[in-house]
Design a protein around this ligand. Structure first.
Ligand code: ADP
Length: 162
């Protein structure tokens, strides 16, 4: 069975992430979306458990997709999980430098691991979780950026904060 892992912060999941999830799910028998703790993005709007729940709701129509959490090194998670392919979405050249560094580091930590880059859909190249949070907290409409379940969650979170 071919398996892959799609790791990220998903704080929260956007339509750009979902596009990558759908496309990657067609390439493998099973895809595990992994909410990974990212030291370079501390804090966050949603807890890991909330991110997992939102991802589960948005992917329930994709039978070969599951959602999990990784607390430590991604290379260790991949090794234990047995899926040696990690999928990453690339929006622009600006993503490339960091993603390439990560891919080479992971390759060093676990040589069996391969990183597969999938280019973003043109309409989502500008989209990130942080821009969604920024637009929403300034009262902008995020309907085009996130699935409906997530839109409700962000609006509630921002209203409860203020
Ligand atoms: P963000 O930058 O939105 O906080 P994450 O850290 O959750 O995203 O990213 C997880 C993975 O998804 C990374 O490989 C990232 O490049 C990719 N990704 C994020 N947003 C998009 C998008 N709009 N289109 C394609 N890939 C994306």
């Amino acid at each position: 069975m071919s398996q892959a892992i799609y790791p990220g912060s998903f704080d929260p999941v956007t339509r750009g992430h979902l596009d990558i999830i759908r496309r990657a799910s067609k390439l493998f028998d099973h895809l595990t979306v992994v909410v990974a703790h990212n030291l370079s993005k501390p804090g966050g709007m949603f807890t890991v458990e909330e991110r997992v729940q939102m991802l589960r709701r948005c992917t329930e129509n994709l039978p070969n997709v599951s959602v999990d959490v990784c607390d430590g090194l991604l290379a260790d998670y991949v090794r234990k999980n047995g899926a040696n392919v990690v999928v990453k979405g690339l929006r622009a050249m600006s993503d490339f430098e960091q993603e390439f560094q990560q891919a080479l580091t992971n390759k060093n930590l676990y040589p069996e691991m391969e990183t597969l880059f999938i280019s973003s859909a043109v309409e989502y190249t500008f989209l990130s979780s942080s821009i969604v949070k920024q637009v929403c907290s300034l009262g902008g409409d995020v309907t085009d950026f996130v699935p409906p379940e997530v839109r409700e969650e962000i609006i509630n979170r921002i209203q409860n904060r203020s």
